[in-house]
Design a protein around this ligand. Sequence first.
Ligand code: ZN
Ligand code: MN
Length: 138
Amino acid sequence: MKENKYKDFGFKLTPQRLAILGFLEGNTSHPSAEEIDSALSEKFPTMSLATVYNTLETLRQRGLVRELSIDPDKKRFDPNVSPHNHLICMECRRVVDVQENFPLSLGLQDKAGFDIIGHHVEFYGICPECRRAAAHTT
Ligand code: ZN
Ligand code: MN
């Protein structure tokens, strides 16, 4: 674990927080707080969902993790904070990265005086596994 990476953020690195950071590092599954909690609770029996939430919120405020609202059921978290888009399966809620960039821009009227700093495109669909499963049951 590269602890130095987080030294400058005024972030106290408790073992639990380090475990959360380690779980997120390079993770492309866009986990929810509940998933992070259950993945780590065996090794850290005192880890609570509140700890996970608080840590995620601290990381989000420092720009180290991105919070996604693509899943209607729960917030999902992404350690990849570089601009990219997402695709979600509406059956199993799998979230996949979309690397393609979309040259979107707003006209003067739609900008409503805002300085636009980014955009996020969300695609909804059914993944191949769920499509196969549906084909087998009908
Ligand atoms: Zn699916
Ligand atoms: Mn992503």
